[in-house]
Design a protein. Structure first.
Length: 119
């Protein structure tokens, strides 16, 4: 009974799907998904250019979307963490980081990241 009640309150009923479908329809038909993806990819491209130009960082794969795989010296990684950037660190003898650039990344955030990497 508790699960049925939670399911109903969470809107996970077939009758409620029309609300979710309306949002999804606007996301697809209006081209919002494409604009958001382009925004994330553009920010990732700017960040990857800064990383590629720094001799203390190495791009591990071509940047074709909003994910960046990079090897960076430990002090750069620490500086990014202290600045509040979040990323996944891959352990191992030659550690790397995986950055996923969200669609909401603005120009100020990109500039802040680039400044952290440059100094």
């Amino acid at each position: 009974e508790s699960l049925r009640r939670r399911r109903m309150r969470g809107g996970h009923l077939l009758s409620k799907m029309r609300f979710l479908s309306a949002q999804l329809e606007a996301y697809i038909e209006g081209g919002l998904w494409l604009r958001l993806a382009a925004q994330a990819n553009s920010a990732a491209r700017e960040i990857s250019i800064a990383l590629a130009s720094n001799p203390r960082t190495e791009l591990l794969h071509p940047v074709e979307a909003n994910e960046i795989f990079v090897r960076a010296e430990p002090d750069i990684v620490c500086k990014l963490e202290r600045a509040g950037f979040e990323f996944h660190q891959w352990p191992g003898p030659d550690p790397a980081i995986r950055l996923v650039v969200p669609y909401a990344t603005d120009a100020d955030t990109v500039s802040k990241f680039v400044a952290c990497v440059a100094n």
